[in-house]
Design a protein around this ligand. Structure first.
Ligand code: FPP
Length: 241
């Protein structure tokens, strides 16, 4: 199965805000980190379900620019989970033909984690079964700010004429410049917020807010959401057919 499996009525690019790990752990009287570990297991299950369902791009929100405000213990636990996850999942991601990319500001991340991220991107650069993008230290406003800085530098250096700037210019400077816009954004755990995720890119995305907590979100839940998407009438601001 390769990435040319997209179905005309299904989403080609699905983005997920994986919310509810903390509540899942709390309901069991366990530390929050246990919820994150259970959440990490679901990432594999949902990624594996993508190719068979015609989803070519999966983008997941793993850590936001705002998540640094959590306790030092939780932040350190999450960073160590990401590092171990990349080490343990690398082989399977390579073998399954996933192309892994990271978006977000990686300069603030631990150098060992960054090295693992760079290595995994390089090792999977020729894969095309699934484009898996992990948003790590990602924030939509931060991404647009960083992009604007680069764009301004190009203007200042005479490489970009301000009069030629249109709605296709800024996306070329975003972290997601090689990705199509998401067709569907899913947020688990009952919260109905965007939380600074893919602000520019989701201008015309469909949203699905589901009550299930992320560690309970199975392949069956995912496929049910995809099936609902097939019935939607996307007009991109145009008139109803
Ligand atoms: C939101 O739940 C979840 C996160 C901030 C972290 C997401 C991380 C994972 C699912 C771990 C695995 C990811 C990868 C790529 C290995 P929350 O803590 O905000 O939950 P709450 O709202 O119930 O407190």
């Amino acid at each position: 199965m390769n990435s040319r499996t997209h179905r005309p009525d299904g989403p080609r690019h699905v983005a997920i805000i994986m919310d509810g790990n903390g509540r899942w752990a709390k309901a069991r009287g366990r530390p929050r980190l246990l919820g994150h570990r259970a959440g990490a297991k679901r990432v594999r299950e949902i990624a594996q379900a993508c190719p068979a369902n015609g989803v070519e791009y999966l983008t997941i929100f793993a850590f936001s620019t705002e998540n640094w405000k959590r306790t030092q213990e939780e932040v350190a636990g999450l960073m160590s989970l990401f590092r171990r996850y990349l080490e343990s999942e690398s082989k399977s991601l390579v073998e399954r033909g996933a192309r892994v990319r990271f978006i977000g500001d990686r300069l603030q991340l631990d150098p060992i984690l960054r090295r693992n991220m760079d290595a995994l991107e390089a090792r999977t650069a020729h894969n095309d079964t699934l484009n898996l993008t992990v948003a790590l230290n990602y924030g939509g406003r931060d991404e647009v700010t960083r992009a604007t800085k680069r764009l301004a530098r190009d203007v200042a250096a005479g490489r970009l004429d301000p009069d030629t700037i249109d709605h296709e210019t800024l996306p070329r400077y975003l972290d997601t410049h090689v990705l199509p816009d998401p067709d569907l954004v899913i947020r688990t755990s009952g919260e109905a917020r965007i939380s600074n995720f893919l602000l520019w890119q989701s201008a015309y995305s469909e949203y699905e807010f589901v009550d299930t907590l992320w560690p309970d979100f199975t392949r069956e839940h995912f496929e049910a959401v995809l099936a609902r998407f097939g019935g939607r009438d996307r007009r991109y601001g145009g008139a109803r057919a």
